[in-house]
Design a protein around this ligand. Structure first.
Ligand code: KIV
Ligand code: ZN
Length: 576
């Protein structure tokens, strides 16, 4: 018995000898043409209304696209009205050309010319299907019949355009699409396009756009590229043509097909801003453009505020952008995995240190700021995240945790995620940090009797220039009672430690500390990270104060209280 996949006929590509496109690079932007308002719109459950189309049109103009297919005015009254509003209300910028689609049929062509009257720059885009399959099952005609339809349409269009140009001074250009080009024998596509170009009187000064649609994506992108290169080699009056491509995304490879087609000779690309279009969509212009951008090629389009463009798109089409959509999806500048977070963190530090000219951050193909996304949390924290991620988030909050502290804080964050069973936000990471390290001087069930400082005095004496002695005297409140302590040392930390050692804290040893300033409201404070050893185990504490010496002392007390807290947590865990 035949298996279900055996009912499909494998695609036979064109035979192209010595193809050159695989060695080509994309070095400049093609001419872009947006078909959002036609191909995109006709694929919507609820097509856009007038207001939505006008808003979308403005957004396309702002992106910098200069050729915009605005509709199929002969096919629907709404499309006709929208086109008239654009023209009558002077909403089309002078450097933008509107494009209208029409089938190569007389009454539709005449209605289309009524619709475009008064526009400054227009492309009349006509088409008929040429594919082997459609000739067989839809039109029941041969190539000569199909060529006849296209040539008759071309002659009528040229005569109506000549007349309109003469009487109005309008600038009218032509585009012809052999619809389902990739499903047409490529020699037949060349044949019909040669005939259409002759009928339109194409020449180097009045070039005709020859648009070669991948109406239904047929095979791997290389086969489309082969067809484009083959077509370009054989078209008779190539210099009088602008070769355009119009890929659809049935196999999910429209972006690749477009890129290979450009390498194969396409000079113009038709597509939609985020790929909306019939079935699985059209080529995503933003995706192709930003791919160029990421290779150091100017796409001549502006996606620097991609979220605003996404908002217009979503509000006008009622479609949603997927979280993983290249460049625009909610999650595409986010790293959950620990090793990725760590590498991004290191890449960011490397770029800051070297101040280089190029973007060199692993896992981020472009700088999110280039599409206006600099304020998003690049790193998000869940139980998969590593120490680098938590440290990065703290860095964003203004705290540069010392490297040795990353593992300790990272595991606290991981524990919190596991406990909650979800991602935690940057604000929650900060709250956890404050709870674990800073807010320990007030009694809680975890540290019922925290160790804290009452009144104190610190006095510094300098001898022979650089030699310093610090005297510390103060009250330590511990286990509910106040104890007077005093000590001296070569700095505030040493003096305080020596004072602590005298009253029963001998099993704490000081290892190291680091400090930096943090902005807190209008004034600046110091944060001190203290690393202590308690019975051979390391523990960190953090202190914040206006005075750097006091911040360090608070950091020591924070480490001691954390040690107590750990003990109490362990006991509670053992009981439960
Ligand atoms: O996909 C297609 O072939 C089209 C044509 C009308 C250009 O949209
Ligand atoms: Zn299409």
């Amino acid at each position: 018995m035949k298996k279900s996949y055996q009912k499909y006929i494998p695609f036979e590509g064109v035979k192209l000898n010595n193809r050159t496109w695989p060695d080509k690079k994309i070095e400049r932007a093609p001419i872009w043409c947006s078909v959002d308002l036609r191909d995109g719109n006709q694929a919507l459950v609820n097509p856009m209304n007038l207001e939505q189309k006008l808003r979308f049109f403005k957004m396309i103009c702002d992106v910098g696209i200069k050729e915009i297919e605005v509709g199929f005015p002969s096919a629907s009254e709404t499309e006709y009205e929208i086109l008239r509003t654009l023209i009558d209300d002077n909403l089309i910028p002078d450097d933008v050309t509107i494009q209208v689609l029409v089938q190569a049929r007389e009454h539709l062509i005449r209605k289309t010319f009524d619709a475009i009257k008064g526009a400054k720059n227009v492309i009349v885009h006509f088409y008929n299907s040429t594919s082997t399959l459609q000739r067989k099952v839809v039109f029941e005609t041969d190539m000569l019949g199909v060529i006849g339809i296209a040539v008759d349409g071309a002659k009528l269009i040229k005569s109506l355009a000549d007349e309109m140009k003469r009487s109005t001074g309008m600038n009218i250009r032509y585009e012809y699409s052999p619809e389902s080009f990739s499903g047409t024998e490529t020699d037949n596509a060349v044949w019909i396009c040669n005939e259409v170009m002759k009928a339109l009187g194409a020449n180097e000064d009045e070039k005709v756009i020859i648009n070669l649609p991948n109406t239904v994506e047929m095979s791997t992108p290389n086969t489309y590229a082969d067809q484009i290169e083959y077509f370009c080699r054989r078209l008779e009056n190539k210099k009088a043509a602008i070769i355009s491509v119009h890929p659809h995304n049935d196999r999910g490879t429209a972006t690749a097909a477009t890129e290979l087609a450009i390498m194969a000779g396409a000079q113009r690309v038709e597509g939609t801003i985020f790929g909306n279009g019939e079935r699985t969509g059209n080529t995503d212009i933003m995706n192709v453009a930003m791919n160029m951008f990421s290779q150091g090629v100017d796409p001549l389009l502006d996606f620097s505020d991609i979220n605003a463009i996404r908002d217009v798109y979503e509000e006008c089409t009622n479609m949603r952008i997927h979280e993983r959509h290249p460049y625009v999806g909610e999650l595409v500048f986010t790293a959950f995995s620990g090793s990725h977070q760590d590498a991004i963190n290191k890449g960011t530090a490397f770029m800051q240190k070297t101040n280089g000219d190029f973007w060199e951050i692993p896992y981020l193909p472009i700088d999110p700021a280039d599409v206006g996304r600099e304020y998003e949390p690049i790193i998000r924290i869940n139980s998969q995240s590593g120490k680098g991620g938590a440290a990065y988030v703290m860095q964003q909050h203004g705290f540069s945790l010392p490297k040795q502290m990353h593992a300790e804080f990272g595991s606290l964050v991981k524990e919190a995620c596991d406990k909650l069973g979800r991602e935690i936000s940057p604000e929650e990471v900060l709250a956890l940090f404050k709870h674990e390290y800073i807010e320990l001087s007030e009694a809680t069930h975890e540290v019922p009797e925290p160790c804290k400082l009452g009144k104190y005095r610190m006095h510094e004496e300098r001898h022979n220039g650089d030699d310093v002695t610090v005297e510390f005297d103060g009250t330590l409140i511990y286990q509910g009672k106040a104890t007077e302590i005093s000590g001296s040392g070569n700095g505030p930390i040493d003096a305080f430690f020596n004072a602590l050692h005298k009253v029963g804290f001998e099993n704490y040893d000081f290892i190291s500390y680091s400090e930096h300033a943090i902005a807190a409201g209008s004034d600046s404070k110091a944060v001190s990270y203290i690393r202590l050893k308690h019975n051979d185990k390391e523990i960190f504490g953090v202190g914040i104060d206006n005075n750097i010496s006091v911040a360090s002392i608070k950091g020591i007390l924070s480490a001691i209280n954390r040690q107590k807290m750990k003990g109490i947590r362990k006991q509670n865990g053992a009981k439960s």
